[in-house]
Design a protein around this ligand. Structure first.
Ligand code: AOF
Ligand code: ZN
Length: 353
């Protein structure tokens, strides 16, 4: 692979453009594009602002106008080859007279792939792979979903130091600190589905919306999904009109993920109770864990996770810690705050070390 220093710098810029704050994390990938002239100077830049809006390349081409002729397009994702919500970018680049295309990540989306071949067939010089790791991380959930044919699953739970998520009388409201609750809302906002079981809705009645510091709902709300067969009272808070909600009448994690993927959902934030968490873990369908551990002991009460069928220590599920930090106390936390946030991943070989 031979990339110039100018192409390298342009790809860094394109990655930053793709990550522009406010651009939704799904269902489309976040994509940036920079157009360079023959001397390596920037002609125009563009980025994708979410499903239904122009793709990054088309956005940059619109700014460049005639200056696109003979240019090099530096894009974080292989240009698409399809007419979906918008037209094929590969053809738009050819029509604009772009001479060379440098991209980071290949597009494995079956609907859109093949842009590099189309460009090459039209005589455009094409190279991929520049800063590909950064591009994959930028669209972590989208990349995972396209490669695995199902949404990426983040299991989030709040627990006391002794692994309890509620006291024996069922009260759970102040297990996590204010900082932990705000952090949860931020993470929810990056997902396109918040998933719980019917039990959680019946017992805890959570609202499951994304709210800001003053408890106002944000404009972009993930779909709220309740899974399970039992009927639910219509007065539950998940059925309010702040966000959309769907009740999927299935207890099977795999079937539910399949249905969500078919509806273009790529990142599930699993916030169910111990039974649902155990079902997803047992089916090997948890990809990331986010735990908020409160400096609190209950000694009894609802466990954070239900029975995993582990009877001997050798069968324990093993996870890898990717980040750990203590969240600040805010003064509004009854007992003192300072929850520890732990992030972990599970490999597909979760049970061996
Ligand atoms: C690009 N540039 O900026 C984006 C691309 O929903 P559609 O019809 O717009 O198509 C979305 C698919 O197109 C998406 O899943 C990915 O494969 C590609 N997205 N492609 O060349 C962009 N956003
Ligand atoms: Zn496109």
């Amino acid at each position: 692979m031979t990339f110039t220093a100018a192409e390298h710098d342009a790809m860094r810029r394109a990655l930053a453009l793709a990550a522009t704050p406010g651009v939704p994390h799904g269902p489309n990938p976040r994509v940036g594009c920079v157009l360079l002239d023959a001397t390596g100077n920037e002609v125009a830049e563009g980025f994708h602002r979410g499903a239904g809006t122009p793709h990054a390349e088309v956005d940059a081409l619109a700014t460049a106008g005639d200056d696109a002729r003979g240019a090099t397009a530096v894009v974080t994702l292989e240009p698409c080859n399809h007419t979906g919500r918008t037209g094929p970018c590969a053809e738009a680049l050819v029509a604009a007279g772009v001479r060379r295309v440098v991209f980071a990540q290949a597009d494995d989306n079956p609907a859109a792939q093949g842009g590099a071949a189309t460009l090459a067939a039209a005589g455009v010089d094409v190279e991929g792979g520049l800063l590909v790791d950064e591009a994959r991380v930028l669209n972590r959930a989208w990349t995972f979903a396209v490669e695995h044919g199902r949404p990426f699953v983040t299991w989030k739970f709040a627990t006391t130091l002794d692994g309890r998520s509620a006291a024996t009388d069922g009260t759970s409201r102040w297990v996590s600190s204010r900082a932990a609750r705000l952090d949860t809302h931020r993470l929810r906002g990056e997902c396109d589905v918040v998933l719980v079981g019917t039990g959680t809705v019946a017992v805890d009645d959570p609202q499951l919306t994304v709210r800001d510091e003053v408890d106002e709902p944000l404009p972009h709300q993930p779909l709220r999904v309740v899974m399970g067969e039992r009927d639910l009272p219509a007065d539950r808070r998940v059925f309010d009109d702040v966000a959309e909600t769907e009740h999927l009448r299935s207890r099977d994690p795999r079937a539910v993920l399949e249905q969500l993927y078919a509806r273009d959902r790529q990142h599930v934030f699993l916030e169910g109770g111990p039974t649902l968490a155990a079902a997803f873990l047992a089916a090997d369908l948890v990809d990331e864990v986010v735990a908020y551990v409160a400096p609190m002991l209950l000694g009894a009460g609802r466990p954070a996770v239900g029975d995993l069928g582990v009877e001997t220590i050798g069968d324990a599920l093993h996870l890898r810690v990717t980040d750990v930090h203590v969240l600040p106390a805010t003064g509004q936390d009854g007992a003192g705050g300072e929850d520890t946030n732990v992030r972990l991943t599970l490999t597909r070989r979760g049970r061996d070390r």
